[in-house]
Design a protein around this ligand. Structure first.
Ligand code: DQA
Length: 149
């Protein structure tokens, strides 16, 4: 059985749909999960989709992914801009990592324009809403196929 792609979501993303829809859109996290799962299924990939408001829980899940995942998609939300711990765990994971943001973080507050976790990511997708998660799954399918693993 192939390992799943872990899709990890950080703080406040459980409020999607209600939270600043003008910035983050009207799709709920359940909608984002469904879109991602459907695209993954088309491409023959399993996903493990999770959300936590707690930094340490995200660290634990990234450590788990090191053993159990084929690749990782992460929207670290607010921790993107603060967390050396998440960067360290991504670097330790030795996985293909795609960082996703619903909003275009480069078009927002100055403090959002720096991501600690980008140093641990193979690619970054931002500003495309839920579509970014689908594109991340496509990129992973493509890269995994090319690497022959
Ligand atoms: C976000 C962007 C972050 O700056 C913010 O803290 C979030 C969501 C996004 O998906 O656009 O919570 O990661």
């Amino acid at each position: 059985m192939a390992k799943p792609v872990y899709v990890l979501n950080g703080p406040n993303l459980n409020l999607l749909g209600k939270r600043q829809p003008e910035v983050y859109g009207t799709a709920t996290l359940a909608d984002v999960e469904q879109i991602t799962r459907a695209r993954a299924k088309d491409l023959g990939l399993e996903i493990e989709f999770r959300q936590s408001n707690h930094e340490g829980v995200l660290v634990d899940w990234i450590q788990e992914a090191r053993e159990k995942a084929s690749a990782l998609i992460i929207n670290a939300a607010g921790y993107t801009h603060t967390s050396v711990a998440l960067l360290d765990s991504l670097q330790a994971a030795e996985l293909l990592v795609i960082e996703v943001h619903l909003s275009n973080i480069f078009r927002r507050d100055a403090f959002r324009q720096h991501s600690y976790i980008s140093l641990g990511a193979n690619g970054v997708i931002c500003g495309l809403g839920a579509k970014g998660y689908e594109l991340a799954i496509e990129a992973i399918a493509d890269l995994v196929r090319k690497s022959g693993t």
